[in-house]
Structure formats: C-alpha cells, structure tokens
Design a protein around this ligand. Structure first.
Ligand code: PEP
Length: 251
C-alpha cells in the first residue's frame, strides 16, 4: 500500500516572512491530514525557517535542487549533506525548469539522485516529455529513458523508496494539465519499466503527477490507481489551495 505524497514546489517564491505566514496558515490542516504525506520545498533561503516551524509535525521539508558533489569549489551550489544538515528529508531532482534553463542533463540528474541517497535524502526524480516529443509520439521512450538514467546507480531497495514525478513539460505552469487518465497511463508505463529493471521493489515506488494541478482538478489525478500524489507548483503558493489538494489525496 503506497501512501501518496503531495509536495509543494515553491520555486523562486516567498521570502522567509512569507514562508512563515504560509506555514502558520496551513500547518494545522496539513499536519492533521490522514493517509497522505506532505512535503514543503521552499527556496534554499527559507529552508531553515520553514524547517524550524515544521519540526515536531508530520510535514516534511524538501529542497528544490542539489549538487552531486559532497563539497568543493562549486560557487553557488549546495550539497546533499548540507540539505540533510538543515533537516531536509526530500530533494527535487531534474525538474524540467532546471533541465531546460540550468543544464541538468540526464547524466547530471543520475549523479544528483545518487548524491541524495548517499546523504540520506529521498530524491523526487522529475521526468516528462516536451510538447514536440509528445507530438512525435515519443512520450513513453523519452520518459522511460529519463527514468532509466536517473535510476542507473540505484539498488532495488533505493528504488522502493524513490519518488518519481511524471511532469509533462507542456503542462507545467501553463494551466493545461494532462487528463487524469493519461497521467495514470504514463505512470503505469514508468512502473512497468521499473518492475522489469528492479523487480517487486517498483511496487513501492511512489509515482506522482505534476503539471497545473489545482484544487479543482486534483481529484481527477489522485483518483487514478497509478498516481501516488502530486508535485504542485503554482497552486502550492496559496495555503487554502494547497490544503484542499492535500485533502483530496488523503484517506
Ligand atoms: C512544478 O513546478 O513542478 C509544477 C508542476 O508547476 P505547476 O503546478 O505550476 O504546473
């Protein structure tokens, strides 16, 4: 039985004060939601503030990116060990905005996933096809290739703890979500691929959907047997909106 995971990706939004206001408004409802795990992924600058406010609650802290090396001359970068030290339990890896704008190749993503597990973090591995790839009939091959590379260094036990977020690039921040049925279908393709490569461990892997999830369409995705939660961008910035999505995922 997989417990769905709903993660808020705040991207480059919210100062420490704004992040604290969100947590005071939403924490009681988020912490009491049953049958769902909740993760907040603020920008690096608000991690410590949010972590302090979440401490002692069931809501977990996550980061939005990580470097693959443990330490060194990498100006502006942050290691997985540093994130663990701040109390992070999760880290988003390979988000399409990082792949598109900041040079995250499949190979870098593979190394980041490894670094996350090595530091005791659980990576949320983002995969998804572009509109051009979808129109060319390459959705399954692209997504499968990203999952293959992202998990290449993992053991079956790690794959069982991994979170994959299927996020079609054309659906992110556009208001044009996939249909629940299509999200469930692609998630099923991902699970089947993981099963073939890692065996029964893949039955425990949580595979989220992400891409223009809102309080209005959340139930359509979360009702799919192969959709184990959501990675939420824009709609996670508003406490009421995010709480409604979390409740839709819960028991
Ligand atoms: C995301 O950033 O992962 C995302 C899914 O964004 P949005 O919900 O805004 O489409």
């Amino acid at each position: 039985m997989r417990i769905p995971l709903v993660a808020a990706n705040w991207k480059m939004h919210k100062t420490r004060g704004e992040a604290a206001s969100f947590v005071s408004a939403a924490l009681p409802q988020l912490a009491s939601a049953q049958g769902v795990e909740v993760v907040l992924c603020p920008p690096y600058t608000a991690l410590e503030t949010v972590g302090r406010l979440l401490s002692g609650s069931r809501v977990r802290l996550g980061a939005q990116n990580v470097h693959w090396e443990r330490q060194g001359a990498y100006t502006g970068e942050v290691s997985a060990g540093m994130l663990a030290d701040l109390g992070c339990a999760y880290v988003i890896v390979g988000h399409s905005e990082r792949r598109r704008m900041f040079g995250d190749t499949d190979e870098r993503v593979r190394r980041k996933v490894r670094a996350a597990f090595d530091a005791g973090l659980v990576p949320i591995l983002c995969v998804g096809e572009t509109l051009e790839e979808r129109q060319a009939g390459q959705t399954e091959s692209r997504v499968t290739a990203q999952v293959a590379e992202g998990t290449a260094d993992l053991t079956a036990e790690e794959v069982g703890r991994l979170v994959v977020a299927y996020e079609p690039v054309w659906a992110i921040g556009t208001g044009q979500a996939a249909s629940g049925e299509e999200a469930g279908r692609v998630n099923g393709v991902i699970r089947e691929f993981l099963r073939q490569r890692f065996g029964a461990a893949a039955d425990a892997t949580r595979i989220q959907y992400g891409g223009s999830v809102t309080s209005r369409n959340a139930a359509e995705f979360l009702g799919q047997p192969e959709v184990d939660g959501a990675l939420v961008g824009g709609a996670s910035l508003d406490p009421e909106e995010f709480v409604t999505i979390v409740r839709a995922a819960g028991a």
